[in-house]
Design a protein around this ligand. Sequence first.
Ligand code: PLP
Length: 350
Amino acid sequence: MTDKPILPPSSLRLTIDRGALAANWRALDTLSGAAKAGAAVKADCYGLGVDACVPVLRDAGCETFFVAHWSEVATVAAHVPPNQVSVLHGVLSGAECDYARATGAVPVINSLDQAERWTASGGGRCHLMVDTGISRLGIAVGEAGDPRIAALDIDILMSHLACADEDSPMNARQLAALRGVAGAITHRRLSLANSAGIGLGSGYALDLTRPGLALYGGVPRAELVSAIRPVAQVQAAILQTRMLSAGDSVGYNAAFTAPAAMAVGTVSLGYADGFLRSRGPGNALHYEGRRLPILGKVSMDMVVVDLTAAPELSAGDWLDVPWNITDAAQQNSLSPYEMLTVIGRRLRAI
Ligand SMILES: *Cc1c(COP(=O)(O)O)cnc(C)c1O
């Protein structure tokens, strides 16, 4: 009989500040006024991990969770009642209706076809998305009176803002359009605001808000700056150090050549972990606040850093990887949403 091998600690770690995540949800719930905040937990909680984040959101008081795909239901429903899980892509087939019924998760109906399919499969509680200007998913405002909509048992009637992170006249237009259609469709709750929408003010909160990004530390509007705390911290260990001589090159395509002798370290972090190639030269990792510039190209599982500022470091020492989704995102021309959702699976320890 052999014991199950014990997995040694990883050379990469993503630390989730659970207190900050809970505080962010509570702050967004408070900013939502009389409305209740839900949570967008799609894409594995924006890359931070459902198993780490959903229990925290649940314990903070969240009761409505949004994913995009049916494949995302089971991991979320492992932590919360399935009827609190809503699937934004809706029901594209009879098989998806069957899966909804079997799991108890709730579809967001997006079209007259989806409405008909859901009713034909037995109907029951659902949500309804109305397109008020983003032109992605949802029935058109003009379809509100269709008998296929009247046949639905709608809990949340919702729409999605296109420009909530800007002071655009489109925001008020979308709010008015949703309010207009709400009189024509029987529903229990009304919902419009994502994270940025909460920053637009209590007029947008309606009955339920749907923050995602801000829960995880993103700040899409200045009104949210003081309310939101960073949640994710990434660290990677040095795997090996070496001394380069003048003329030695580093990494694929020999993109960096040492101008003089220098100490370098190879770090356990690469683009497979979401540290994309766009974060190569010009960027740095940090050790106790000291800047360790990245040399050459980012590889799949490794980067090489200049250890001139911290020559005492050796294999096993941990470096801080900047994952500041408000600043670094700008520097690297990645949106904060992208910076989070590309976080690789190897970083999800729990
Ligand atoms: C992703 C999503 C949200 C959350 O948006 P954030 O900008 O991350 O707050 C809310 N509603 C819908 C329909 C979404 O797809």
